[in-house]
Design a protein around this ligand. Sequence first.
Ligand code: C2E
Ligand code: CA
Ligand code: CA
Length: 742
Amino acid sequence: MGLKDLEASRWMKTKLVMLAFGLSLSVSLLAQEITPGNGVSAESPSALPLTEEERLWLKEHPTLRVAVKNGWMPVEFQLENQKHKGVSIQYLEKISHLTGLALTIVDFHDNLSTREATIITGVRGLHAPDGFTKLDLPYLETPNAIYTASDNTELTTNLQLSDLANKKVAVFRGGPLPQALKTLVPGIKLKLVDIADEAFEYLAAGSVDAYVGNELVLDYHLDFHKISSVKKSGITPLTSQVFMGASAHEPVLVNILNKATQQIGTNPHDILENWRRKPSENSVSKYMFSAVAFFAVLLLLQLVKLYRSNKKQARAAQQEIWFQANHDFLTKLPNRFQLKNVLQKALQAAHQDQHALGVMIIDVDNFKEINDTAGHAMGDEVLIKIAERIQSIIAPPNIVARFGGDEFLIVIKHAHNGEQLSERCAELVKAMLSPLTVQEKSFSISISLGAALFPDNSHQADELIMFADQALYQAKKTGKNKYVLFDASMHEVFSKRMLLNSELKHAIARKQLFLHYQPIFNLSSLRCEKVEALLRWQHPDFGLVPPDVFIKIAEESGYIIELGEWVFAQVLSDAGYIIERLGQIEICINISPLQFAQPSTIDLFLSQVSATGIPGKYFCLEITEGLLLEPSKHVSDTLNNIHDHGLKLAIDDFGTGYSSLAYLNKFKIDYVKIDKSFIRNITENPNDQALCKTMIFMGKQLNIHLIAEGVETLAQEKVLQDMGCQYSQGYFRGVPVRLKDL
Ligand code: C2E
Ligand code: CA
Ligand code: CA
C-alpha cells in the first residue's frame, strides 16, 4: 500500500510540476492495447508447451482485459500522455507474444471485479485481491536497499542490516518489511512512514539514521526527481516480490499464465535494464542539502519563479519556500525540522525566565485501521481533522507540530508544573473522544499521549522528546486512550538497562556465565531424547539475571554474537560428557536471528563441530520463524549448510509470530516447538486445544515433529499425548539443571 501511495503522491507532484511549467496534459481516449506482434496469433502461440484444452481456451478468448495500477513508478505508472508504462507493461508484452493474446489495459481500482478485468498485475503480499488467483512465480523480485542522508558521515557505504542495530530507521508501514527488520536487527527503532517523502524528510532533518525501501523504485525516484540529499548506502538481503493474478473462475488461464511466467522468468534482464537507475551522486546541489533538499523539485520551481518575478513576488515566493521546507504538506503544521529549532528556542526562554515547559507526544490509537478500512485518502483527511482539533485546544504561543505519520508533538511553553501539564493532557485525551466527521462519515478515534517536563525531567530538547516518547510507550502498553507523564521510575528502568548492558560486556571475562540443560522427552517412550542448552548469567550484585532480560539487551547491543560464540564453545566442550551420559541425544542450542545476519558465526560453529569429530546429528539449532519469512540468500545458504552438516533445525516459540506453517516446507525443518503460552491452559481452553491440534496435524503433513514447551502438569502431558504430540519439555518432567546434575 505504502509504495503505491508514495508513487501516487509523486505522480501527483510530477503532474503539478508539469502543469506549472505550462505543459498540457493530453488525455488519450483510446484504450491502450498490447498485441502479440508479427506472426503470432491465438492459432499459433509460440514456444509454450500448452495442452489441447489450453489452446482451445486461447482460441475462444483472443482478447483479455488487464487491470494495471498507475502511479507506481517504475513498476506500473502513467505519465502525461496517459500511456501505461513500466515493468508490468513490458512483461505483459512478453506474455502477449508467448500466448497470442491481445491485451487491453484498464485502470486498476480497489474493488475490481473479474468482470472488469481477467488479469491483474502488481500483486504484492500473500494474496491476490478477491476473485483472483495469484500466479506461482513473481515476475519481479527486487532487493530492499538502505538509504541515508548524503551528508551522513557515520553511515556511509556498503551498509548491511547489522549496521542498523540500535539505529532509527524509516520503513514503509505496509507489507512484511517492518516485522522482518524488527526480527533481524536488534535494537532497531522503526519509524513507519506512508510515503517516501516523509522518510526523505526525516533523513534530511536527521531524525532517522537510515531508510530501508525497494531499490528499484527508490533509485528510480531519486534519479527522476534528481534528489541528491539522499544516497543509497547498502543492500539488504530482504526482497519484495510482485506477482500477476488471473480470474479464479478461469483455472485454464491461470495454468497458461503460470507456464508463460515460468518461461519468461522473474526479473527478465531486458526489461529491468530499462528501469534500473543509478541515482545521481551527491554533487552539484550539495549546497542545497538541508531539510529543504527533499523538496528539491518544488524548490527549483520556486527559484525559477523568484528569478522572474518582481521584488514583492520574490518575497512571497521566498516565504513559500520557507513554508514548504518547514511545514508538513498535509496538516500545514510545523514539521520536525522546524520543531527542533523552536523547541530549542523555547527551552532557552524557559531557562532565562525560570518557568517550566512541557513536551507532549500524541499518537493516534489504531490509526492503521482507519487507513486500512477507509483508505489512505480518507486517512489523510482524518489526520487533518485531528490536527485541527488539537489546535483548537492548544493555542499559540504553544506549538503543535506533526512528528510524522500519526504522531504529533506539542510544546507547552508555559507549564507551571506537572499537575498543570497533566490537566492539559487529560483535556486533549478527552477532546479526541467526540467523533470526527470527514466527508459525512463519522470516525471515533482516541489518542495516547506521553509527556515530559523541563526542568524536572531534563534540560535537553532531545532528552525531553525521548522521555515523552518513553511515557507514550507506557501509555500505549497500559491500554491506550490515556496519557502518562514521564517519571523517574521509567528512567530507573532505563538506567538499569544501561548498567546491565555495560556489566554484561564483562560477563565472559569475569566468568559469570554458565549453561543449564533442560531435558526434552519423547511422549511415547518417555525417554529423554534431547536437552536444550539455556544460558545463565550470575552477577555478583544483581544475582541471577533472567535470560529474557539480558538476551534482549545483548541483541540490542550486538553483544549477542559474542554470547552466542561462548555458548557454542561451552556446548562443544560439554557435548562429550552429555553423549556419554545420555547416549543418542540431541543438544538444542538457541540461535538469535542476529547470528544469522553475521556472515561467519554459524559457519564457524559448523566447522568446529566437524573438527571435534562428533556427528552433526547430535545437535539441533533453535531458530525463530521470522528468519524464514523472507530469507535472504545468505540465510538460505546457512540453513542448507546446517542441514548438510547433519544438524537438526527447530522453530522456537511457534505461534507467537507469523505462525504460518506454509513457509516451513521451503527448508528442511525437523521440529516445531509450540510456545508455552498455548500449553498453559490447554486442559481447559478449547481454543488452545484446537490450535495445538492443528499444529500437530499440519506438522504430520509436513513431516515435522512437534515439541510442546512449558508442560508443567501430568494433565497437560496427557492431553498432548492424546493429540499425538511427539515431544514435551517442561518443569513437570525436568527443570533446567547444571551439567553435573543432568
Ligand atoms: P526458550 O528458548 O523458549 O527457552 C525455554 C524457556 O522456558 C526457558 O526459560 C526455560 O527455563 C523455560 N521453561 C522450561 N520449562 C518450563 C515450564 O514448564 N514452565 C515455564 N513457565 N517455563 C519453562 P529461560 O531459561 O528463562 O530462557 C528464556 C529465553 O532466553 C529462552 O526461551 C531463549 O529465548 C533465551 N535464551 C536462553 N538461552 C539462550 C542462548 O544461549 N542463546 C539465545 N540466543 N537465547 C537464549
Ligand atoms: Ca528455545
Ligand atoms: Ca521456546
